[in-house]
Write a protein that binds this ligand. Structure first.
Ligand code: ZN
Length: 865
């Protein structure tokens, strides 16, 4: 799955303390499912569905009761057949456990048996199970099963290890079509204006990968390596599906080459759904998407937009191997799915569009994971989970980005080809079955011939991450490095160590040399390198999952290396982020971060500047008080003004994406944090021209200009934005909707809040509007009051999987004790178990901010004097 938010969700402490409850929500192991025959008949008018499921099972030992999963389903008729005898079963429902127990008068014998159930259900509006979506004045019926909602669509053994084959059939309105996991094998007209579509038998797969979507879908068709590929959506979206098809075809060929096993399903359909809770979902052979992450309007899309679409397609396609073919045994190993899909998603882009700089995005992902992991409320990659509430909460930055980063570190350490061979050995070993973390790292260690099992186990089972301190000295013609490690989070015992592959870049005989690597497994160690190097960078290629601390002299020496271009953009980016991370834990002076930022901005046009601008915007929002603001704004203009001048105000023909991205970030920060009058005026002028149909804004600058113009925007501008919400194509609607949250005029803020709860906005988009308002310092308090007042309405519309956590996460924008106490009090009174980790994490983030602000206040005043 792809989480919908770009922002990072963090997580709480260990989920489970009480060992007694372990396995409380697992099914008994007496019965093993082998094949499902599932027939669904949705009625879009009554918003209900009828279902018939026949489950061929193997009974392990005689029993007179069989328990399976079911939720919000009404059983009509249930029988169990075994040994040639059919018995009617009585059904007892346990709503809390989401199970149904089928009891028969006489024990079912060991061996094959068949459970047949006729039932009815409701097409819900919570975007889970078999649910209702709507667009263009009509309704659609769509499934989203992961993690534990297949049981809402059909009674089943809803655990990932209980894989089976599926025959799926749907009876639907004669004018509609359906998309499912298998190929369409027959289409039979029925009486009463319906037809029945039957799909081919699936390979063995988990219940959470079952898919069905019913509606007037239209598709564009292609294929690669003999696999038919279709990209589908509602009829009005047909002209925006072409880019996704190109991307999917490229990636199909890439993955077929990369993996030893050819694409394991018979065809691939990718469908954009009008209402979708996650970002996208890897149903076997039938990937479903949030439209925003799939559609590309070739005329107006920015390349960042295209890259995002390609990344998500690649992520979901990687899951067809990592997740669908080889599935984790239980949800505690969800990282085996999500971490690998996150790691793989940039590989095809690296070959298809190296100009999009995917390595830099990987480093950004790593940074976001490390920032989460530095918090006391972080969790280990592998965390015990049992109940759906707990399972829902581990689809987070730790499962995705941290695992992706750890895998990347190991890949860099053993070499990409060696690692690819090992990955293929792992896939072959567990194909159509299930794997555990141990199964993975044992296989990888054997196949690579390197002791990576120890490295992986230390990063996967221990929470948080190491801070590696490097002290350099020259002894004769050698460089001596004294290395030490300690946990970055104070919530982890100080004696904790990791097995860390540390790779160095340094200068020898006037030449820059990378690739000297050592595994640091003790708390302290020394490494000797040939030649005396004036500087050492201790995270070559930024492949490591650790923070690095240098002393002031070493940092100055690295500043010198920066000027000579000795560090690559990804290395510059991680250097900036390391210094920032140390500022956040008060082990570094904010002045040092400012100096490094100014040095990098001055030295060259590097994409690492965009890492610095993000942090500078944070400083502007949270750390600067009123007295410091004029001097701070001046510093921003001095640091970034020359970069903007070098780039020029508009992209030149044939300009690289990298240059466009740097310009967009620098102009935004000049306007947002530096309140640069020229930039703000230019943004407004360009926006007025565009809205008056007198010219367009380059796609790379449009979102930023719309936001900057809104800050001081009046009601007339606001009206024009809302007008565009009705007319613009979908991706631009998101830009206008996002920009609505930037208006500082309180009257206009109120209008945005009212809009957020109106029927004009889909539930899937609502959290971003509220979160956007809370994230802006000038609207945070009003918006938070509004959220509190309207909490029950918000709670009714948003699910606990992604919607509510996004709203809760936005409270991390507060940076004062009164707000923190208020947030805490509110969620004490409105406790929701399914999002409690997000709540704890938000409170900690506010505390961190208060702490940084207090600690760095003096440094700031001295620096900005
Ligand atoms: Zn995923």
């Amino acid at each position: 799955m792809v989480r919908k938010a770009a922002s990072v969700t963090t997580v709480g402490a260990l989920l489970f303390a009480a060992g007694l409850l372990i396995h409380a929500q697992r099914l008994p192991t007496l019965v093993v499912p082998e094949h499902y025959t599932l027939h669904l008949t949705p009625n879009l008018t009554t918003e209900t569905f009828q279902g018939e499921v026949s489950i061929a099972v193997r009974v392990v030992q005689p029993t007179d009761r069989i328990t399976l999963n079911a939720a919000e389903i009404t059983f009509v008729d249930t029988t169990i057949e075994s040994g040639g005898r059919v018995q009617r079963a009585t059904v007892s429902i346990d709503g809390g456990q989401e199970t149904a127990t089928l009891s028969v008068p006489e024990a079912v014998t060991a061996g094959p048996a068949t459970i047949k159930i006729r039932y009815t259900g409701v097409l819900n509006r919570q975007l889970r199970g078999f649910y209702l979506s709507s667009a263009n004045d009509r309704k659609y019926a769509v499934t989203q099963m992961e993690p534990t909602d297949a049981r809402r669509a059909f009674p089943c053994f809803d655990e990932p290890a209980l894989k089976a084959t599926f025959d799926i059939t749907a009876t639907i309105d004669a004018h509609d079509t359906a998309i499912s996991n298998g190929r369409l094998v027959s289409d039979t007209p029925e009486l009463s204006g319906t037809h029945t579509l039957k799909f081919s038998t699936s390979p063995k797969m988990s219940t959470y990968l079952v898919a069905l979507a019913v509606g007037d879908w239209v598709c564009v068709s292609g294929g690669a390596d003999g696999v038919p590929i279709r990209i589908c959506g509602t009829p009005d979206r047909k002209d925006q599906l072409g880019f996704a098809l190109q991307a999917a075809e490229f990636t199909m060929r890439y993955f077929n080459r990369y993996f030893s096993i050819k694409y394991p399903f018979q065809k691939l359909d990718i469908l954009g759904v009008p209402d979708f809770s996650a970002g996208a979902m890897e149903n076997a052979g039938a990937i479903f998407f949030r439209e925003r992450l799939l559609l590309v309007d070739e005329a107006t899309a920015s390349n960042a937009n295209r890259e995002q679409v390609a990344n998500v397609i690649n992520h979901e396609m990687a899951h067809q191997w990592f997740g669908d073919l080889v599935t984790m045994q239980w949800w505690d190993d969800i990282w085996l799915n999500e971490g690998f899909a996150t790691w793989m998603e940039r590989k095809p882009v690296q070959e298809w569009h190296p100009d999009w700089n995917p390595q830099l995005d990987e480093v950004r992902d790593t940074q976001s994971a490390m920032n989460t992991d530095a918090m006391d409320s972080t969790r280990p990659i592998r965390t015990p989970v049992e109940s759906p509430d707990e399972i829902n909460q581990i689809f987070d930055a730790i499962a995705y980005q941290k695992t992706g980063a750890v895998v990347r570190m190991v890949e860099a350490y053993v070499g990409p080809e060696n690692y690819r061979t090992a990955i293929n050995a792992y896939l072959k070993k567990f194909a159509y079955g299930n794997a555990t973390g141990e199964g993975y790292w044992t296989t990888i260690a054997q196949a690579t011939g390197k002791p990576v099992d120890g490295i992986l186990a230390s990063f996967i089972t221990q929470k948080s991450m190491p801070l590696v301190t490097v002290k350099r000295s020259c002894v004769g013609d050698t460089t001596k490095l004294a290395l030490s490690q300690k946990p970055i989070s104070s919530a982890v015992p100080a004696s904790t160590t990791w097995q860390i592959p540390v790779c160095f870049k340094r200068q020898r005989n006037g030449k820059v040399e990378p690739d000297a690597c050592a595994v640091l497994s003790k708390a302290e160690d020394t490494v000797t390198l040939d030649g005396c190097s004036p500087w050492v960078f201790a995270n070559a290629s930024s492949a490591g999952y650790y923070r690095t601390a240098y002393d002031t002299a070493a940092l100055e020496a690295l500043g010198g290396a920066l000027k000579t271009g000795a560090l690559t953009p990804v290395e510059q980016a991680s250097l900036i982020e390391d210094v920032w991370a140390l500022v956040r834990i008060n082990e570094q002076n904010l002045a040092q971060f400012f100096d490094l930022t100014a040095q990098i901005a001055k030295a060259q046009l590097t994409p690492a500047i965009t890492n610095a601008t993000t942090r500078v915007n944070y400083v502007s929002d949270h750390l600067i008080d009123a007295a410091q603001r004029p001097a701070f704004e001046r510093w921003v203009r001095d640091a970034f003004g020359p970069v903007a001048a070098k780039l020029g105000p508009l992209p030149q023909p044939q300009e690289s994406d990298e240059r466009k991205q740097i310009r967009a970030a620098v102009l935004y920060t000049l306007g947002y944090a530096g309140r640069d009058d020229d930039v703000l005026k230019e943004a407004r002028r360009r926006v007025d021209m565009m809205l008056g149909n007198a010219g367009r804004i380059d796609p790379s600058l449009e979102a930023g200009y719309l936001q900057l113009a809104a800050i001081n925007g009046d009601a007339a501008l606001y009206d024009k934005y809302t007008e565009q919400l009705k007319r613009a194509n979908q991706s631009r609607q998101y830009q206008f909707r996002g920009a609505l949250t930037y208006f500082s005029d309180p009257v206009l803020q109120t209008r945005t809040m009212e809009y957020a709860l109106s029927p004009d906005i889909k539930s899937q988009d609502l959290p971003y509007v509220l979160a956007g308002l809370i994230l802006r310092p000038w609207s945070a308090h009003n918006a938070w009051e509004f959220v509190k007042t309207n909490w029950s309405a918000i709670e009714n519309r948003l699910g606990v999987f992604q919607g509510l956590p996004s709203v809760v996460e936005s409270t991390t924008s507060f940076c004062d004790t009164a707000s923190r106490d208020d947030v805490r009090r509110f969620f004490d009174q409105h406790h929701i178990r399914a999002i409690d980790r997000q709540i704890r994490q938000s409170i900690e983030a506010i505390d961190r901010c208060i702490d940084t602000r207090t600690q760095q206040q003096k440094n700031l005043s001295v620096y900005l004097r």
